[in-house]
Design a protein around this ligand. Sequence first.
Ligand code: SF4
Length: 296
Amino acid sequence: MVTKTENLRKPEWLKIKLNTNENYTNLKKMMREKQLHTVCEEAKCPNIHECWAIRRTATFMILGSICTRACRFCAVQTGVPTELDWREPERVADSVVQMNLKHVVITAVARDDLKDGGAGVFAETVRAVRRKSPFTSIEVLPSDMGGIYEHLKTLMDARPDILNHNIETVRRLSDQVRARAKYERSLEFLRRAKEMHPDIPTKSSIMIGLGEEKEEIIEAMDDLRANQVNIITIGQYLQPSKRHLSVMKYWTPAEFNELKEIALSKGFDHCESGPLVRSSYHADEQVNSEKVQPRG
Ligand code: SF4
């Protein structure tokens, strides 16, 4: 275990291999040409070189690049968004076709400024991808949409293949780490999604290294299972800038393995757990574990 000291140094296992091959540059070019955003870039994901250059996967971030919330762990820009582009769903769908994706993850900034929380564009993006690429499985990763379940229903009725919503951290730290979002509300969001469409698997993610204890992580697993969540991902929190929360501990790869074993013993169908794991990391493999068939 590496715990917080004066100068907490990044351990060896978090060193990233850079790879800016042709796949990487082509994807970057395509995103600019189609005026699309990805969480890979906006959230400074440490896996971008692996995902873009080697796996050729990306997580689309729709509804603009400015978020109405200011979570203390997240590098996405905060402010007053101006974009609402009803042509965005088609551009995302065209990119999915161009990238020949078997699985796509679509997330969005929180749009608390919009009447429908962005659910209309989100649902239309699911439908556009389904139309243009019927064999691609679709995972959506929305915010809690302000806990307005009509908005969630709009999205669920578009029938994504996986509903992913992150609790982000353990119960005790939730109010310090997330802005506006509430731990209990996120659990309810996941439960309601399952009630609306019991056949659609649900998924959630936590970042660790923010000062939580192992028992609290296990409590979060129990809370998710109590709300019928099928898939969990666990990754190391990394501080995106000095303005963001400090890393309190670097959990070791062995500890991540142990957490994976615990998660599986709790009844999750799939657990991705490791220092560089992110909510959408290796998401295509989790689809296989859920035997998801695209609903085209
Ligand atoms: S893990 Fe997800 S967010 Fe990170 S680079 Fe890969 S696809 Fe993008």
